[in-house]
Ligand binder design. Structure first.
Ligand SMILES: Cc1cc2nc3c(=O)[nH]c(=O)nc-3n(C[C@H](O)[C@H](O)[C@H](O)COP(=O)(O)OP(=O)(O)OC[C@H]3O[C@@H](n4cnc5c(N)ncnc54)[C@H](O)[C@@H]3O)c2cc1C
Length: 386
């Protein structure tokens, strides 16, 4: 029997949306080229952050944190979520000014964020932070999670409610007739459906350019480094004002550091059916240096692995969430610009409501596809802060 909805991509966005849709009783199929969380949702630092969000995204981040608090129970799984806060560290007087202004602005948006105005206050929250740090913002309701466990948890919960996942199957062509989705051609078959969600991250334009639309994505890369297991030393996520490094300690004890973002013109390399984006050695070095500068204990750890993570960056660093302008039944979710993990519960809510032709409980105007036609937005500089 034909599915009511096909979702392309089993990253966190596709899996959350599949889970949300599964509650409605619709027949949902998820098509995944590699395996769940094989791209952005596995490469990620996996911070769950409200602090430093664009005002348009803050309601999504706050909605999501409410969901994250009860996700393990709702999904009957362990996502590794901890609400341990996010510190944005200031290393110079200029950065102190920026942190103060961030705190003022976000307090006015009713976010629970405070200024830690000296090194002692910062080290009360995170004792191993460098003595050089001058101040920090601290949002205690931010946190982090385990990315693979989270995606698997949503997938399994969706499967229990009837969603089927088709792993190792690639969507190749959208089938549109009279401006309405009628199906999808994949590497294995033709699927008839009147609703299709493209949650395929950096690859979205490969599927929509043939139907005459394109999201203005610039593809960037961040370098991620993981250490071996260490004793518990750090609970919040640490970032710095210019985004040169973000780091956290995973619950298995490994530290995960991610670099700043830079333009990428490479190609994804497939090895044994897995996608890779290789980072420059110089970026590994500069990320380690920036990490050591804020967290000197790293010096004694061993490096276990490193990888590159590709980012779907839009001109305003906000995602596109909604129906395509020229194809009824085609829904787009991409352009998360390096911060789509934490807000996935909100993205999944919005997308499932739109697919069900209902009104989402969250504001969505800023995420419309056609906003790029109406204003010429200068290219944003993405910064990762967990
Ligand atoms: C280094 C790094 C650090 C980050 N840090 C954070 C952070 O701290 N906090 C935060 O909130 N966000 C962070 N992000 C961003 C976040 O991880 C992503 O925005 C989010 O995971 C995107 O999820 P997604 O499901 O939309 O896309 P993806 O996870 O990229 O999933 C897309 C899926 O679609 C599949 N696919 C692609 N093409 C096809 C096709 N033709 N057919 C079938 N399947 C296809 C892919 O294989 C993939 O599994 C970070 C990202 C990176 C790279």
């Amino acid at each position: 029997m034909s599915p009511d909805v096909v979702i392309v991509g089993a990253g966190i966005t596709g899996c959350v949306t599949a889970y949300e849709l599964s509650k409605s009783g619709l027949r949902v199929q998820v098509i995944e080229k590699y395996y769940p969380a094989s791209m952005g949702s596995g490469w990620t630092l996996a911070g769950v952050r409200q602090s430093g969000r664009h005002p348009a995204e803050l309601p999504l981040a706050q909605y999501s944190v409410e969901k994250w608090l009860n996700l393990d129970e709702a999904l009957d799984a362990d996502t590794g979520y901890v609400q341990a806060g996010n510190l944005r560290l200031a290393r110079s007087e200029e950065e102190v000014k920026k942190v103060k202004s961030l705190v003022n602005a976000q307090q006015q948006e009713n976010l629970n964020i405070i200024l830690l105005s000296n090194n002692e206050q910062v080290r009360d929250v995170a004792p191993c932070v460098s003595k050089k740090i001058r101040a920090a913002s601290f949002c205690p309701t931010d946190g982090h999670a385990d990315p693979q466990s989270t995606v698997d948890a949503f997938k399994r919960a969706a499967e229990r409610q009837g969603v089927t996942f088709h792993i190792g199957e690639s969507a190749q062509k959208l089938l549109i007739r009279n401006n309405q989705v009628i199906g999808l051609k994949t590497s294995k078959r033709r699927i008839n459906t009147s609703k299709c969600l493209l949650a395929c991250g950096v690859s979205i334009n490969e599927l929509i350019e043939p139907i005459g639309i394109k999201i203005p994505l610039s593809i960037s890369i961040a370098t991620v480094i993981q250490t071996t297991r260490q004793e518990p030393l750090l609970t919040p996520v640490l970032g710095v004002v210019d985004g040169a490094v973000t780091l956290r300690q995973q619950r298995n004890g490994r530290f995960r550091l991610s670099s700043g973002v830079e333009a990428w013109s490479g190609k994804i390399t497939e090895i044994n059916g897995q996608p890779y984006a290789f980072p420059a050695i110089s970026k590994v070095q500069s990320t380690l240096e920036a990490g050591l500068d804020i967290f000197p204990a790293l010096e004694h750890f061993q490096m276990r692995s490193f990888w590159g993570g590709i980012i779907d960056l839009t001109p305003d660093a906000l995602p596109v969430l909604g129906e395509a302008p020229n194809a009824k039944g085609l829904f787009l979710a991409s352009g998360f610009s390096g911060h789509g993990f934490g807000i996935a519960p909100a993205s999944g809510h919005i997308l499932s409501k739109l697919i069900l032709e209902q009104t989402p409980d969250l504001p969505i105007k800023s995420f419309a596809f056609n906003r790029f036609d109406q204003r010429s937005t200068p290219q944003s500089q993405a910064t990762l802060h967990g």
